[in-house]
Design a binder for this molecule. Structure first.
Ligand code: FAD
Length: 419
C-alpha cells in the first residue's frame, strides 16, 4: 500500500476503536468529529457488554407480539407512525427479517462479533489502565411474574443463549434478593446472564481510547463534516462545512446514526431505523447499592450503576433521527424503577437522548463500499455499538489491509446486503 493515510469520520466507540486499530496496524490515521470523542450515542448508553445481546429485536417471535406493539402503548417500545410510513423500505424489511433463517445467521454473526469485541475491550482497557471500570458480574433480566419469564420472546432468548453456550442462571425471588438486596420484592423470577460485563462510564472509556490514540501519534481534528469525493489517483477528499478539503488514501465512515444522512449526500440510500432512547441519572435512595445493570422486562428500562449515579435508560422510541425529544417514556420508566428499588432524586438535567442506528437485519455494515474503492463503512450497530466497536475495528482493519486470515467471517456484515 503506497498511501497509508486514513481518515476515520466519527469519534464514537466505533470510530475511535477503528482509528486505534488502524494506527496499531501502521496506518497514518486522522480521526475527525464535530464534537470531542465519545459525546454522543457512545456516551449515554447503558454500558453493558453482553453475550445475550446476540438476540436482535427482530427475532422470529416478534410476529406474536407485533399487534400489541403496534398499539403503541408498550413500556419498552413506541413509535412515530409518520416515521414508519416515511421509511417503509426499512420497516418492512426489518419486520420481514424476523425469520428463523435470518435469525440463525444474525445470532451467529453477532455472537462472533461480541466475543471478539469483549476480548478486545479487555486488552484495550488494560493498555489504557482503565480495567477498574469493568465489572465482571453479569447483568439481570427481571420478571414481575411467571408469565413474563415464560413468554415466547424470553423463552427463545434462553434457548438461544443455551445454544451458544452463554452462562446464565435462573433465580427465584429469594435468590434474587440475596444477589441484589437493594431490589424491592416485586420480581418473581430473574435470569442472571453471567457471561457479560459492564463499565461504569462508557463515555470515559471512549475518551480513554481516544487519548491513547493521540498519545500514540494519531491526529484528532474537530470538523463538521459534509461529504467526501474522489480526489484522483484513487484518493478521497474529505470536505467539511466550511468547504475545506483534505486528501486521504482511504476514508472510514463511522458516523453512527448520522451515517445515513452523510451517505445520502453521496447518493447512497442506507435503510436505517433510529431506535431512540433516553437517560437520566439518579441518586441511590436507600442504604444498599445496585451491583450490576438490571433490565426490568415489564418496565422496559435498564438501570446501570455508573460513575455519575444510577443511569436509568429507556427502551425504544422509533422516530426521526433529530425529531424533538419526548420525555414520556423516561417518566414511565422512572415510575416503574421506583417500584423496583429506592431511587433517589434526579441528578442530571437536561434529559439525554441517543439514537441506536439499526439496519434491517440488525447487523452492522463492516465493509468497503461496493463500486467505491477506498471508502469504508462501519455503522449500524443498533443496541450493541458500545460493546462491538473494538471487534468492528479488528475486522475492518483486517479487510482493509488484506489479511489472509480474518478474525471473523465478514459475509454477514457485507455492504452488498443493502447497498
Ligand atoms: C439508551 C441507549 C442504551 C444503549 N445501551 C447500550 C449498551 O448497554 N451496550 C452497548 O453495547 N450499546 C448500547 N447502546 C448502543 C450504542 O450506544 C451505539 O450502538 C453506539 O454508541 C454507536 O456508536 P457509534 O460510534 O457508531 O456512534 P456515535 O457514538 O453516535 O458516534 C458518531 C459520531 O459521529 C459524529 N458526527 C455525526 N455527524 C457528524 C458530522 N456531520 N461531522 C462530524 N462529526 C459527526 C458525532 O458527533 C459522534 O461523535 C445504547 C444506545 C442507547 C441510545
Amino acid at each position: 500500500m503506497t498511501d497509508n493515510t486514513v481518515a476515520v469520520l466519527g469519534a464514537g466507540m466505533v470510530g475511535v476503536a477503528t482509528a486505534l486499530e488502524l494506527q496499531r496496524r501502521g496506518m497514518a490515521v486522522t480521526l475527525m468529529d464535530r464534537r470531542a470523542p465519545g459525546q454522543e450515542t457512545s456516551y449515554g448508553n447503558a454500558g453493558v457488554i453482553a453475550r445475550s445481546s446476540l438476540m436482535p429485536f427482530n427475532h422470529p417471535r416478534l410476529w406474536g407480539t407485533l399487534p400489541g406493539l403496534l398499539r403503541n402503548r408498550s413500556a419498552g417500545f413506541c413509535y412515530n407512525p409518520a416515521f414508519v410510513a416515511g421509511n417503509l423500505r426499512w420497516a418492512t424489511s426489518f419486520v420481514g427479517n424476523a425469520r428463523q433463517n435470518i435469525f440463525a445467521e444474525t445470532t451467529a454473526a453477532l455472537d462472533g462479533l461480541i466475543r471478539l469485541s469483549t476480548a478486545e475491550h479487555r486488552r484495550l482497557l488494560a493498555e489504557v489502565q482503565e480495567l477498574q471500570r469493568l465489572r465482571d458480574n453479569g447483568w439481570l433480566f427481571l420478571y414481575r411474574d411467571a408469565a413474563g419469564f415464560d413468554g415466547p420472546g424470553a423463552e427463545l432468548g434462553r434457548a438461544t443463549m443455551a445454544q451458544f453456550g452463554i452462562a446464565t442462571q435462573t433465580l427465584n425471588a429469594a435468590e434474587l434478593q440475596d444477589l441484589e438486596p437493594v431490589l424491592k420484592p416485586v420480581f418473581a423470577k430473574a435470569l442472571w446472564i453471567q457471561d457479560s460485563c459492564s463499565v461504569d462510564s462508557p463515555g470515559a472509556v471512549v475518551r480513554a481510547y481516544a487519548d491513547a490514540f493521540v498519545a500514540r501519534g494519531g491526529a484528532l481534528q474537530t470538523a463538521d463534516l459534509r461529504t467526501v469525493r474522489h480526489a484522483g489517483d484513487g484518493r478521497w477528499q474529505v470536505i467539511d462545512s466550511s468547504g475545506a478539503a483534505r486528501d486521504f488514501g482511504r476514508v472510514v465512515v463511522a458516523l453512527g446514526p448520522w451515517s445515513q444522512k452523510f451517505m445520502a449526500e453521496l447518493g447512497v440510500d442506507v435503510p436505517m431505523g433510529f431506535e431512540r432512547g433516553y437517560h437520566l441519572h439518579y441518586a441511590a435512595g436507600g442504604s444498599g447499592a445496585l451491583q450490576r445493570p438490571i433490565y426490568d422486562t415489564a418496565g422496559g428500562y435498564v438501570l446501570s450503576p455508573m460513575e455519575q449515579g444510577l443511569r436509568l435508560s429507556t427502551g425504544v422510541e422509533l422516530n426521526h433521527c433529530d425529531a424533538p425529544m419526548k420525555p414520556r417514556q423516561l417518566e414511565a420508566a422512572e415510575a416503574s424503577a421506583r417500584e423496583a428499588l429506592p431511587l433517589g432524586e434526579r441528578l442530571e438535567q437536561p434529559l439525554w437522548m441517543g439514537r441506536r442506528p439499526t439496519l434491517p437485519d440488525s447487523r452492522p455494515v463492516i465493509d468497503e463500499m461496493p463500486g467505491r474503492p477506498g471508502l469504508w463503512l462501519a455503522f449500524g450497530h443498533q443496541h450493541i455499538g458500545f460493546s462491538t466497536g473494538p471487534g468492528t475495528a479488528a475486522l475492518l482493519a483486517s479487510l482493509m489491509l488484506g489479511d489472509r486470515q480474518l478474525p471473523l467471517d465478514p459475509r454477514p456484515f457485507r455492504a452488498s446486503r443493502f447497498l
